[in-house]
Design a protein around this ligand. Sequence first.
Ligand code: GTP
Ligand code: MG
Length: 370
Amino acid sequence: PEAITVQELANRMAEKGADLVKALFNMGMMVTVNQTIDQDTAELLVEEFGHNITRVSASDVDINTSEDSDPEETLRPRPPVVTIMGHVDHGKTSLLDALRGTDVVKGEAGGITQHIGAYQITTKAKDKITFLDTPGHAAFSEMRARGANVTDIVILVVAADDGIMPQTIEAINHTKAAGVPMIVAINKCDKPEANPQKVRERLLEHDIMVEAMSGEVQDVELSAKTGAGIDKLLEAIALQAELLELKARPDRDAEATVIEAQLDKGRGPVATVLVTRGTLKRGDNFVVGTQSGRVRALVDHKGQQLKEAGPSMPVEVLGLSGVPSAGDSFTVVENEQRAREVAEYRQEMATEKRTALAPTNFDTMFSSLS
Ligand code: GTP
Ligand code: MG
């Protein structure tokens, strides 16, 4: 891997060399500005500095661990990551169900999806596809916006008996903002009052021209209830995925994104992550947001233990120091000490930011009130 001197890196980042030395010291490394650091260390450093800047000005949605790309010859095809979006009750969960051939609707409280779930299926044609389920409520649109950033393809579910609704438009906007191709799934076509043609026409008002209207966006009529059209949808996904030529390097330390995380009574903090490149293995040390850990177990959506998980694979990770946030980046580092140091450093930075943003004394507090 490439090496770079601290001063060179500082110049490129438009930061002071001394500040980088200090940050490195806090991460447990004693170096001078003229010494070289390896690529992984440089990446973490860039992220630390990037983190602070974006935290003040914007959400940390777009923070990526590293901007560098793997050499072309190391890349291998990877499965597409597909997010299902759409208005409440238009059948997102039912569609996922139909796609998985199992029923999760019954298991949900009140039939409303509470979390983003992630699953990978293998189709009859032996294609692997990763699906992300998203909550249907407007309050969770932030999470949905985040979901689109790890997404290669969006399936927009529109119920043919209800048509374009507010959250349909929201989903269209999120998809456009993310620059992700869309497939329109016109659902509930088994219902007598279904009007798929009206859905296609109304989509034109939002600049979505589907194939049936001589446009380029694939549209599929289906019923999540009867299963009609599900095969066509899988074909449409395979076609779109082929056009995208999705690739990632599998033989390197893993990077992943947190899809959801919670404190499990029996298992402790658990995060569902989506591997974006590399292969995540049991025993790997990692940093995730302001938490760290060592992979104690990897579990797939069927509850099976895995030894490793490659690109586009969603897995539950056990062995975290605490609960990270959805959208946090997950990075494998070389050892446990390093993982802890980076996480501690991030925690300090986060605390510093909060303190800096809070009113410093009563004068400023009251002057802002008057
Ligand atoms: P939220 O997660 O609450 O936003 O809903 P959702 O979009 O996941 O919808 P869900 O899959 O929970 O379906 C809502 C209702 O529509 C349920 O009662 C389903 O049984 C019904 N439904 C879903 N798909 C179909 C379909 O193709 N045909 C018919 N007739 N009913 C459907
Ligand atoms: Mg649902």
